[in-house]
Unconditional design. Sequence first.
Length: 437
Amino acid sequence: FFSFLPFFPMPTIYENFSAEELPALLKRPVFDSSKLDAAVSTVLKEIEEQGDDAVRRYTSKFDGVDIDAIQVTDAEIAAAEALVSDDLKNAIQMAKENIATFHASQKEEVKVVETRPGVRCWRKSLPIERVGLYIPGGSAPLFSTVLMLGVPAKLVGCKEVVLCSPPNKEGKLHPAILYAAKTVGIDKVFRVGGVQAIGGMAYGTATIPKVYKIFGPGNQYVMAAKSLVQRAGVSIDMPAGPSEVMVVADETCNPAFAASDLLSQAEHGPDSQVVLVTTVRSVADAVNAEVEKQVKELPRCEIAETSLGNSKCIVVKDRDQALEVANMYAAEHLILQVSDVEEFAEKIVNAGSVFMGNYSPESVGDYISGTNHTLPTNGYARMYSGVSYDSFVKKVTFQQLSGDGLKVVGPSVEVMAEAEELVAHKRAVTLRLASLQ
């Protein structure tokens, strides 16, 4: 069924498996969240009841720093800007422009439809008034996520956009996070991370405003907190888990490129999963050799190596099975390094974001192409979409009937309401029809 490679921590190569064995082969690592949920619930309850005091206490406990001022001041943001290089500022500006261009194209115009004469219906997208953005800032300060979430939020017109990110041991946020927040136009920034940040935005404190929807990635504690606060009436962007990538490659791929794509996700965290699917065993061997070579050169090599221990190379019999595997796995990031890539991509039905061809690395989507990098993981791409313009709006339907329009549809409403034994529903129509006689 499989053969182990003679070195660690390269992904195991699987081949000659049966159709019945495939689901187990694609199963992601399972994490027992029962104890985690209990611990997170305790923290959330204290945040709800004790507000800023609990936020400070848990920041000291989990982040190892005592903070007095929870909100970042304008002076701090200005000072941080001076610490960001011009090259990075220019790159952030380009990314902001591309993200804005792509997301602005998703805006829908209001269309009025007359379903019957005198019966007009339409739908209007309205901004979610208050949104909260969570930006991880631990081992990798994800200032790019500020752009991915902040740009569409401001583009849509959300009235209040707040941001939480964990402080370092000096009680400060990474300068690039603060610069990106200023560039986007974030209204308030708070030096709070983890469960306490999610609780603060969900329940509100004296300092942190309560929001209606929370966005952003995070570790297992953050994800558990987001899941739990939904029960308090707060919406979240999507369920999420560890970052992941699947690379589908054939003999036309460049093994070095494929290996670099696998490692770009493996370095995210020790619980990330990377999967190579190929129709050619020699490609699996070549990519693994490149992985072994490149991983040693990474500053985050220990994290990547741990992730690679959970990862796999799957040798399939043909392109059809490669397509089946890709759709069954429903990867957060799906990279296609195959011939006739457009034809192959047309048959993809489950994926967060698809990267087509040898010159479309996943990292371009992470930063600057314009698509959003906040994507469903853990197989949720089967039923969830990534963050988009629509993520920051709610769609409200309107209808307006003239007297003549009510005459057209009213009698049918009366019949249907009577059949459902809802007399008041029927009467609401009957009274109006009588007034039109």
